[in-house]
Design a protein around this ligand. Structure first.
Ligand code: NAG
Length: 234
């Protein structure tokens, strides 16, 4: 009986595309994003298959380090559906992340995807924080060396810091064509228009003056200035 229930559960899980991937499953071989389409769908409308060429599936330049001369000392080169149209409906994306010595990819989350990070050069201190639990928000963090991989579960706040004095490089892989990026500090203190200061002061245990000061600062997005402008929310 127990075996039968397990078998039925497993078959139901296999039958449900939701159990296998977060993005919906494709209904055709490919659906190359038509960035100019006026049709509004979940993702992008498909380009006419007759007009699709091999370059719609191609992205180059991931061997090149992006400039890390900014306040955070890091730079994210996104390869998501906004930059590689062939990814539309396929449920995968990736990025290259460059870190200057002591560079930081600041605490952020991806609302639509888990992430697996591979360290290609250098060393990183990386980790994620759980949802609220009875014991609080638990930090799972560790030092990563070249050749290591680490997974950040979907939606959880995570970070990477180059704790070495040489540049580091990592490649991230996502289970969504558009994982989304919410940088924690930017979302709280850099929203447009700003969140009223009394809303932030009490939960952050800051004075309204400090909140006002934080809200006047520039909040850098190290994923945005690289590549063509994004055509929908990342
Ligand atoms: C990221 O790197 C690209 C390519 O080197 C550069 O054009 C862009 O300004 C950099 N972004 C930031 C925030 O440093």
């Amino acid at each position: 009986m127990a075996a039968r229930i397990i078998l039925i559960t497993a078959l139901l899980a296999l039958a449900s595309p939701r159990a296998l991937a977060f993005d919906p499953s494709p209904l055709q071989d490919f659906c190359v994003a038509d960035y100019d389409s006026k049709v509004s769908v979940n993702g992008f409308a498909c380009m006419n298959a007759k007009d699709v060429t091999v370059d719609d599936f191609y992205f180059t330049g991931l061997d090149k380090a992006a400039s890390t001369s900014n306040e955070l000392g890091a730079n994210i080169t996104l390869v998501n559906v906004e930059r590689l149209p062939g990814l539309n409906t396929l449920g995968v994306a990736m990025s290259r992340i460059d870190y200057a010595p002591f560079g930081l990819n600041p605490p952020h989350s991806h609302p639509r995807s888990s992430e697996i990070l591979h360290v290609a050069e250098g060393t990183l201190y990386a980790g994620f924080v759980t949802s609220n639990t009875a014991q609080g928000n638990l930090l799972f963090a560790k030092k990563l060396n070249k050749g290591d991989a680490f997974v950040f579960p979907r939606g959880l706040v995570h970070f990477q810091f180059n704790n070495g004095d040489i540049p580091a490089v990592a490649f991230a892989t996502f289970g969504s064509q558009s994982p989304g990026l919410v940088t924690a500090a930017n979302a709280l203190f850099g929203s447009k228009p700003p969140i009223p200061d009394y809303i932030l002061a009490r939960p952050a245990q800051l004075s309204k003056t400090t909140v006002d000061w934080l809200q006047e600062q520039q909040w850098l997005d190290i994923a945005q200035e690289n590549g063509p402008p994004s055509v929908q929310a990342n």
